[in-house]
Write a protein that binds this ligand. Structure first.
Ligand SMILES: [Zn+2]
Length: 136
């Protein structure tokens, strides 16, 4: 299964003329020389989760739990999230459950560990709850 790359960037609370947050569109986190400013905004990552059975797109967008807030911290947590997504494989039910689990975890609070996710996914294993004679 292909897992989205995800992205890491800086986000701040600046708002545009319409009063809405600029998010990653804010130009201030960039220094004049094109590098990232160290003092403006916080490092965040986002990762598109695989579509579940409803076909809806789900975007995981979070501040990493690790402190201090650095680009590396954001990349590490993004990689962890990607590894968790891979656990669900091609099973839509598991993807649904995993997506819900990740989306439920508040931003800035660490993602569940690999072991926790495996346990949860095993509990939701559809092969253990459906009857084998569903097809006639
Ligand atoms: Zn800003």
């Amino acid at each position: 299964m292909r897992v989205a790359e995800g992205s890491v960037g800086k986000r701040c609370n600046c708002t545009g003329e319409d009063g809405r947050r600029l998010g990653m569109r804010c130009s201030k986190p960039r220094r004049a020389d094109g590098g990232w400013s160290s003092s403006h905004g916080r490092w965040v990552y986002q990762l598109e989760l695989p579509r579940g059975r409803d076909g809806k797109r789900r975007l995981l967008r979070r501040v990493p739990a690790e402190y201090p807030n650095t680009r590396d911290a954001a990349m590490r947590e993004r990689d962890h999230a990607k590894a968790l997504v891979q656990l669900a494989g091609d099973d839509e039910q598991r993807r649904d459950d995993l997506g819900a689990l990740l989306m439920r975890t508040p931003s800035g609070q660490g993602l569940p560990s690999r072991d926790t996710v495996i346990r949860r996914l095993m509990l939701a294993d559809p092969s253990k709850s459906t009857s084998p004679s569903a097809n006639s």
